[in-house]
Design a protein around this ligand. Structure first.
Ligand code: 5AD
Ligand code: SF4
Length: 450
């Protein structure tokens, strides 16, 4: 979501005549797009602002903008920071180019956030966000041939630990017509893979006349666009989950067989305290059902360790769930208390930092072992890969002696594949034969193309 927001703002500023620079020393304007999900992300922003404060001593004309979730959360408090000129929330991103122009004319601070974040979004606001989304959905700032398309904004789930409903506002589904038109325009520009984005993407719902358009309908409508070859969607919530989504994966070759579906914990007691709305058994039944319909579906998860009151037994239940599901990969986070959330208001952050750290490492170790075992099954197989470009961390590979650069791509089920090939393959589909596997990466060689 944040990558998409950054790329929209960059495109809008490029349209207004700005260029990107790699060095803050060359910049006239510095924008920091921010995440509030964990305290650590916010701490890094504050540390960056500390550096910028020094830079501004010698270059007072430098404009510094903090945009996104942290801007919405802290608003006026953040504007008081000596380095900060502009604070703009996620709903105010369309105004950012104008606000920066104003700041460069005179030199006053500006605040643009939503006053009452949980109030229903007005038609005008919604329209402004939609137009912004459509006008600046450039692939220039993303991977070649790929684009993100937001289908929903906000969240109504109110998981007790989570700040998102308080910074991104109420859940709202964009109109299917706007989404499909955007996908069509992207396809005309050469986009082959779209990733549909929403905080709870499977709860997409839009009333159109006397029927309700769901994610299943959207997948079907977008798959009718010839140029679009692969469609992904992230992130799903386990409840409620419409099983027709799995059927679409099974029947429609354009729908990638990949499901990112956070469980957050394997302990029913903790799931209840997290306000997740399902039990561990519900979750297992859902994934078992998915695998009956789509046997080769790749499942990825998120877990929070060290939630208030999490005991060794609760943590063991989480490990057991990870062993039972055999995820493709998991993102694991240490609980971070977020001001304003129910968990922070009602529950003490009782699990010691060393215990959180230990549980984090041990769950990651467990998952890595599973990922490695699962990845070994790919050895000898030929997989279809969408090529992203040169690999950023050239991995040691059987072909390391070859002259060609190492490219990185992904399979439809989101496995990372590294193989030697010419850089101009970025943005294309290829068959790759897998020769080696680690927990995180498959290694191979380009196979004869069918
Ligand atoms: N502390 C730690 N992790 C969190 N997440 C969300 N809120 C918190 C928090 N307060 C994690 C969840 C979510 C992912 C995006 O971030 O696992 O799925
Ligand atoms: Fe946060 Fe829960 Fe909404 Fe995900 S579903 S964004 S964890 S409140």
């Amino acid at each position: 979501m944040n990558k998409l927001d950054s790329s929209l703002v960059v495109s809008a500023l490029q349209e207004a005549g700005y260029d990107l620079t790699d060095s803050v020393r060359d910049a006239d304007v510095v924008l920091i797009n921010t995440c509030s999900v964990r305290g650590h992300a916010e701490d890094r922003v504050l540390s960056n602002l500390g550096h910028l404060k020094h830079l501004k001593k010698t270059r007072p004309e430098l404009v510094v903008a903090v945009i996104g979730c942290m801007a919405q959360r802290l608003g006026p408090e953040l504007l008081k920071h000596p380095a900060v000129d502009l604070v703009a929330g996620p709903s105010q991103l369309p105004q950012v180019p104008d606000l920066i122009a104003q700041l460069r004319g005179q030199h006053d601070k500006l605040l643009a956030i939503t006053d009452d974040i949980r109030r229903p979004v007005s038609e005008a606001e919604d329209q402004a966000l939609d137009t912004f989304e459509q006008d600046f959905d450039s692939d220039e700032n993303q991977l070649p041939g790929q684009a993100f398309v937001r289908i929903m904004r906000g969240c109504n789930k109110f998981c007790s630990y989570c700040v998102v409903p308080f910074v991104r506002g109420p859940e709202q589904s964009r109109s299917p017509a706007a989404i499909v038109e955007q996908a069509r325009k992207l396809s005309d520009r050469g986009i082959r893979q779209v990733t549909l984005l929403g905080q709870t993407v499977n709860s997409y719902r839009h009333v159109e006349g006397d029927r309700t358009v769901t994610l299943v309908d959207l997948l079907e409508r977008i798959s009718r666009i010839d140029g679009i070859h692969w469609i992904r969607f992230i992130t799903s919530h386990p409840k409620p989950f419409d099983e027709r989504i799995f059927q679409a994966m099974a029947d429609n070759p354009k729908v990638c067989r990949y499901l990112h579906i956070p469980a957050q914990s394997g302990s029913d007691r903790i799931l209840k305290a997290m306000n997740r709305g399902y039990t561990c058994d519900d979750y297992i039944r859902l994934i078992d059902g998915a695998r009956r319909i789509v046997p080769d579906i790749a499942v990825a998860g998120d877990f929070i360790v060290g939630f208030p009151g999490e005991t060794d037994e609760d943590f063991e239940d989480t490990c057991e769930l990870v062993r039972r599901i055999r995820y493709k990969n998991c993102f694991i986070f240490k609980y971070s208390p977020r001001p304003g959330t129910r968990a922070d208001q009602k529950l003490a952050d009782s699990v010691a930092e060393e215990v959180k750290k230990r549980r984090n490492i041990s769950l990651l170790d467990l998952q890595n072992k599973i990922s490695e075992q699962e990845n070994r099954n790919f050895i000898g197989q030929t997989v279809e890969v969408f090529v992203e470009g040169p690999s950023k961390n050239p991995h040691l590979n059987a072909s390391e002696t070859q002259a060609l650069p190492q490219l990185v791509g992904r399979t439809g089920s989101d496995s990372i594949v590294v193989f030697p090939g010419p850089a101009n393959l970025a943005g294309s589909f290829l068959s790759v034969r897998i020769a080696k596997a680690s927990a995180l990466t498959l290694f191979g060689e380009v196979a004869p193309q069918s």
